[in-house]
Design a protein around this ligand. Structure first.
Ligand code: NAD
Length: 291
C-alpha cells in the first residue's frame, strides 16, 4: 500500500498510446521516493484525438508536468504556451513543465538525452562531424540538438520513403536557426558513394532508423566495411540492447559503440530535472529498471 500520497502530492503524468509497457512510471516514482519529493507519476493511455482534451484537463487540475510519447508529441507542441528552442525546431514536445503561473512550456529532451549518453561514454560532439541515419522522430531530435550543441557538420541520410521530406525540412530549419553552423545536408541512404564519403570524414555515426530493431534485427543500416576505428558509433535502438550495427562496430574496433538504452534513461533524467530542479539518481534507475 502506497503511504507517500497525501493532500499535497503533485501529479506528473505520461500521455501516449500504447503506454502499458512504459518504464517511465517506475523510473519517476522510484526517483521521487528516493529524493523525498512529494509527487507521483501515472501513465494515461491517450489516443491522438484525445490529446488536446487531456492537456486541458492537466491545466485545470494544475499537474506539475507531463511527458508525451507517440502519437502525442507533435500535437503537444501545438497545445502548450511556449516551446524550448529544441522543441520549436523539432516541432514536437516530449516534456511539458507547468510553470507557477499555470502556463505550459514544452521541451524536447530526446536529443539532449542522446548527447548526454554519448558524453557518459566519453564521446564529445561539439565541433565534430556527424552522420545521422534517419529522418523520423528520434533522428530529427538528434539532428536539432547536434546543431544547438555546436556540431560542425551534419549529414542526414534516409531512404527515399515518406520520411525523406521531413529530413529536407529539418535541414532548412537548422540552417535558418543556426546560421553559423558548417555543412548541413540530406542525402539518399541508397547513395552509397556519398554515404561512404561522409562516414569516412566524420567522427560520429548515429543510427536513428528502425533498422536493427526487432523484427528488423538482421538489418545493417550501413555496409560494415564503412566502419573504422576512429569512428564513434551510436544506435537509438534499444531492443535488442546490442544491435547488429553495434556488434559490427565492436568487431571493427570503433572507438565507441553506444546503445540506445542510455538515451532513454538520460532523456528521462533531463525531464526529471526540468520537473523538479533535482538530478535523477540515474545510475540506480539504470541498474533497477533498464538493465
Ligand atoms: P519513426 O517512425 O519516426 O522513423 C523511422 C525511421 O526509420 C525513418 O527515418 C525511416 O525511413 C527509417 N527506416 C525504417 N525502416 C528502415 C529500414 N529497413 N532501413 C532503413 N531505414 C528505415 O521512428 P522513431 O520514433 O524515430 O524511432 C526510430 C527508432 O528509434 C526505433 O527503434 C525506436 O525504438 C528508437 N527510439 C529510441 C529512443 C531512445 O530513447 N533510445 C527514443 C525514440 C526512438
Amino acid at each position: 500500500m502506497e503511504t507517500r500520497i497525501d493532500g499535497r502530492t503533485r501529479l506528473y503524468a505520461l500521455i501516449g498510446s500504447p503506454i502499458g509497457h512504459s518504464g517511465s512510471p517506475a523510473m519517476y516514482n522510484y526517483s521521487f521516493r528516493k529524493l523525498g519529493i512529494n509527487s507521483a507519476y501515472l501513465a494515461f493511455d491517450t489516443p491522438l484525438e484525445k490529446t488536446e482534451a487531456a492537456i486541458e484537463a492537466f491545466r485545470t487540475l494544475n499537474v506539475g508536468g507531463f511527458n508525451a510519447t507517440m502519437p502525442c508529441k507533435a500535437i503537444t507542441a501545438q497545445c502548450v504556451d511556449r516551446l524550448s528552442p529544441a522543441a520549436e525546431l523539432v516541432g514536437a514536445s516530449n516534456t511539458v513543465v507547468v510553470e507557477e503561473d499555470g502556463s505550459m512550456t514544452g521541451h524536447m529532451t530526446d536529443g539532449a538525452g542522446f548527447f548526454r549518453n554519448l558524453k557518459e561514454h566519453g564521446v564529445e560532439a561539439a565541433g565534430k562531424k556527424i552522420v545521422i541515419l534517419g529522418t523520423g522522430g528520434a533522428a530529427t531530435a538528434i539532428a536539432v540538438q547536434a546543431a544547438l550543441d555546436g556540431v560542425e557538420q551534419i549529414a542526414l541520410f534516409n531512404r527515399k520513403d515518406e520520411f525523406f521530406a521531413n529530413g529536407e525540412k529539418t535541414v532548412d530549419k537548422i540552417k535558418k536557426a543556426v546560421p553559423g553552423i558548417g555543412k548541413v545536408l540530406i542525402e539518399d541512404l541508397d547513395n552509397t558513394e556519398a554515404l561512404q564519403g561522409f562516414i569516412s570524414e566524420s567522427d560520429i555515426l548515429v543510427n536513428g532508423t528502425r533498422a536493427g530493431m526487432s523484427p528488423l534485427e538482421d538489418i545493417m543500416p550501413v555496409p560494415e566495411e564503412f566502419l573504422r576505428p576512429e569512428l564513434a558509433v551510436a544506435d537509438v535502438v534499444y531492443n535488442p540492447r546490442e544491435t547488429l550495427l553495434l556488434k559490427k562496430a565492436k568487431e571493427a574496433g570503433c572507438r565507441a559503440a553506444v546503445g540506445g538504452i542510455g538515451m532513454l534513461l538520460w532523456q528521462g533524467a533531463a525531464a526529471f530535472e526540468l520537473f523538479t530542479g533535482q538530478e535523477m539518481p540515474a545510475q540506480e534507475v539504470m541498474d533497477k529498471f533498464f538493465s
